[in-house]
Design a binder for this molecule. Structure first.
Ligand SMILES: [Zn+2]
Length: 365
């Protein structure tokens, strides 16, 4: 989420539907181009946001009563004001912006949905600050944002008092999204929040900003980066949009049953016990040096609380993977070598495949 922007705006006016009676939805993939957003654990916010947004659009494209517009469909930088303009010019009924969160600590996890509003809580202001900070990456930001300083809440001159009704609609929508995350996807629920975001004068539609999860959290970042995880999020957000529209307009657009998939997440381990294989041993002279042909070495590539099938597809193509259960977790090893030298080659191979934190272990069994 950092350095990104969002443009959410809430709305006031009554919903104006096009003559064809279509529900106009603007899908906004956060960040893009020179602004990658959060970038942690090899997972990039702008890429995840775009993929999820495009998948939501694909799902809703099947509905003839929806008219979907994207702020971007490729990896390009879109200034905040342009995102708002796209929504305004389109006459959108709903604005949905997709982001990923990030923290300096690897611990926080969970999904939250932000509704534009006038909140002064520090936590929300911190998020607003980072999401609004993208303004500084735009040329002429001083002119274009009329002195708005994302770092100073007192200068948020663009904020409007929202009509209660519009705010309630956005809150209702945000609650449904969180409900889907929690109950359908069993993601950690960080709830619905209000936050002050840059609001352009003329923008008048309900809007939410969804923080899918934390890229700074290893496990969550892998979920967000997985094909299955992204597909899961896209499905339930599309479903929440359908429900919101039906409830708001009293329509009966058919819903669909989301197919929740479980991504395979291999957590790479931190080195615990790294055998010192190059140490010169002092052997007493009266002891016959013995060939240590009993030792076996393996490369530990990761662990998971999920028991994985030992097929190459689950381990980035590596063959000959073995597993050992320890408590509730499973350790995964690559190869089987009778010398440390031989094992070093296996280690290099595992790293080439992407297991960057793999390490050698002595097989004591
Ligand atoms: Zn973001």
């Amino acid at each position: 989420m950092k350095k990104i922007l969002i443009v959410l705006i809430l709305t006031i006016s009554s919903l104006s539907f096009s003559q064809e009676g279509k529900f106009k939805l603007v899908l906004d993939a956060g960040h893009g181009g020179k602004d990658p957003g959060a970038n942690k654990n090899g997972c990039v916010e702008k890429e995840i946001a775009l993929d999820v947004v495009l998948q939501i659009g694909e799902l809703l494209k099947n509905y003839s009563d929806f008219d979907v517009k994207y702020t971007r469909t490729t990896d390009v930088f879109i200034p905040l004001r342009d995102r708002a303009k796209i929504a305004n010019d389109f006459g959108a009924n709903l604005f949905v912006s997709i982001h990923c969160n990030s923290s300096v600590s690897p611990n926080p996890s969970g999904s939250m949905t932000l509704v534009m509003g006038l909140s002064r809580s520090n936590m929300n202001f911190e998020i607003a600050k980072t999401e609004n900070a993208v303004i500084f990456q735009e040329d002429d930001y001083k002119k274009n944002y009329k002195g708005f300083d994302p770092n100073n809440p007192s200068t948020q001159i663009g904020l409007k008092i929202l009509q209660e009704e519009t705010l309630l609609q956005s809150i209702e929508f945000a609650s449904e999204i969180q409900n889907q995350f929690k109950n359908t996807l069993t993601r950690k629920d960080l709830g619905m929040h209000q936050q002050p975001l840059w609001v352009l004068d003329a923008t008048v539609m309900p809007g939410v900003l969804i923080e899918l999860g934390f890229l700074s959290n290893y496990k969550e970042s892998k979920y967000l980066n997985s094909k299955e995880g992204r597909q899961n999020f896209a499905q339930v957000i599309a479903l929440a949009i359908l429900k919101y529209k039906n409830q708001l307009l009293g329509t009966e657009t058919p819903l669909f049953e989301p197919k929740v998939l479980t991504p395979i997440i291999i957590e790479e381990t931190k080195p615990e016990i790294v055998p010192i294989v190059d140490t010169v041993k002092t052997i007493p002279l009266d002891v016959q040096p013995q060939v240590d042909d009993q030792k076996k070495y393996r490369v530990q590539i990761g662990y998971s609380t999920t028991k994985l099938d030992l097929v190459p597809a689950n381990f980035k193509g590596l063959l000959n993977v073995t597993m050992k259960q320890e408590g509730n977790a499973y350790k995964y090893f690559y190869g089987n070598a009778s010398s440390a030298e031989e094992c070093k080659k296996l280690l290099a191979e595992a790293k080439t495949k992407g297991f960057n934190t793999a390490f050698m272990v002595e097989d004591k069994e």
